[in-house]
Design a protein around this ligand. Structure first.
Ligand SMILES: [Zn+2]
Length: 49
């Protein structure tokens, strides 16, 4: 069992998909200036809205 596999499984469990499969929206967080993903989360971990 590799650590990479465990991390991928945890991410999939938490977000329902692999990290590389997360879709980013065109929205940009006003706080950290990064794109917001499909769940409304950005780099600062806040919910942008
Ligand atoms: Zn942010």
């Amino acid at each position: 069992m590799s650590n990479a596999g465990v991390v991928a499984d945890l991410h999939r469990e938490r977000y329902g998909k692999k990290a590389e499969d997360v879709i980013y929206t065109e929205e940009v967080c006003p706080l950290c200036n990064t794109r917001v993903d499909e769940f409304g989360y950005c780099a600062c971990g806040g919910q942008a809205d």
